[in-house]
Design a binder for this molecule. Structure first.
Ligand code: ADP
Ligand code: MG
Length: 260
């Protein structure tokens, strides 16, 4: 998914042309004595797919969570569409709407129907009318192949179906950027491909995405850039062909040897 210049914008809150969708500058985050993020500098252009890989505990989830301020950085700056992240107040829900997140364990609202899961945010945060929100939600549920599940509760769906609903719920907000934190790690193997296929189609539409995954085939074929993390640091950032053929650091070489 090369960052095309001529594609139609799908994002709601972009900065001026050329402004990265996300910039992290000198971000550090510790939990007690544990440094989870160390001197993180990361820039993701509009329309790009960045795939974050690295060993367990290397800070991948914390990186995602700081971008929509589920975690607050200790130092450094995070810009969304060129604008510093809000630090609190009424702007936080707006940030979380602009920076959508899909989690490993789906995080659907368990007491709401599938349809209500998808319409809730657009109604509450985007102030859409019930009719408009429902029509859009049904379009999105059709797109991810679960429209027939709309009246059910999440617990009645398979894991793969729930994750597809979570992606539809995220898309319904028209986010500037979508974060995926190991979205297929909790799925049975036969459901992984269907979720990866949806993510690939979003990437091919030049939606801006940061995906944490252990699916190396997806990383190699869908990423515009690979971000390799270890021990809280970004050790490598390069196009997938370069990263997979010529990993520059011994940590990346060891990691690839362990997963490929
Ligand atoms: P990854 O997603 O790459 O597995 P994480 O970002 O979850 O890594 O974690 C990075 C490090 O920060 C780990 O050592 C983890 O134990 C620690 N950590 C993450 N979140 C918390 C937290 N809420 N409290 C304490 N330690 C945490
Ligand atoms: Mg994680």
């Amino acid at each position: 998914a090369a960052a095309g210049a001529a594609h139609e914008s799908v994002n709601a809150a972009q900065g001026p042309a050329g402004t990265p969708a996300v910039q992290m500058r000198g971000v550090n985050k510790s939990f007690g004595a544990k440094a989870a993020l160390i001197d993180i500098d990361l820039s993701v252009a509009n329309g790009q797919t960045a795939v974050v890989i690295g060993p367990s505990g290397s800070g991948k989830s914390t990186l995602c969570r700081t971008i929509n301020r589920l975690e607050v950085p200790d130092t450094g700056q995070i810009l969304i569409g060129g604008t510093p992240q809000p630090t609190g107040g009424k702007e936080l829900p707006a940030l979380r709407a602009d920076v959508g997140m899909v989690f490993q364990d789906f995080n659907l609202f368990p007491q709401m129907t599938v349809l209500d899961n998808v319409t809730y945010g657009p109604r509450a945060v985007r102030h859409q009318s019930p009719e408009i929100a429902r029509d859009r939600a049904m379009d999105l549920l059709r797109r991810v192949g679960v429209a027939d599940q709309a009246p059910k509760l999440p617990a009645e769906l398979s894991g793969g179906q729930q994750q597809r609903v979570a992606i539809a719920r995220c898309m319904a907000m028209d986010p500037t950027i979508m974060l995926f934190d190991e979205p297929t790690s909790a799925l049975d193997p036969e459901m992984v491909a269907e979720v990866l296929a949806i993510m690939q189609s979003l990437s091919e539409e030049h939606r801006t995405m940061i995906c944490v995954t252990h699916e190396m085939g997806f990383a190699r074929h869908v990423a515009d850039q690979i971000v390799f993390m270890a021990d809280g640091r970004i050790l490598e950032q390069s196009p997938p062909a370069e990263f997979f053929e010529h990993p520059a650091t011994s940590r990346a070489q060891e990691f690839l040897a362990s997963v490929l």
